[in-house]
Design a protein. Structure first.
Length: 93
């Protein structure tokens, strides 16, 4: 469920004058009045929360910090450890 931001259209109370957030279902109707004072409100257009790039999530330090072991292919069916606990090499032999 998305969080929508609302703000008073004119004068409002301590809640709606500066704006407030409301968790609503996608199919719910847009709120027309402040739930506290009844003043007319409008939905604000706000930027979505996004994550740009996620390479930091697969970094060696991140994996070890969270208790994972990371290996990279060394070639010939051999993998060498780059982060975390575990054997230094894993071989398919």
């Amino acid at each position: 469920m998305p969080i929508y931001e609302y703000i008073a259209q004119e004068h409002g109370c301590a809640r709606c004058a500066p704006g407030f957030d409301l968790l609503q279902k996608l199919g719910d109707a847009e709120l027309q009045a402040c739930p506290d004072c009844g003043a007319a409100v409008r939905r604000k257009i706000s930027a979505p929360h996004t994550i740009v790039g996620n390479s930091h999530l697969t970094s060696e330090g991140h994996a070890a910090k969270h208790g994972f072991t990371q290996y990279r292919r060394a070639g010939g069916g051999v993998y060498e450890k780059t982060a975390g606990k575990g054997p230094d090499y894993i071989s398919g032999d």
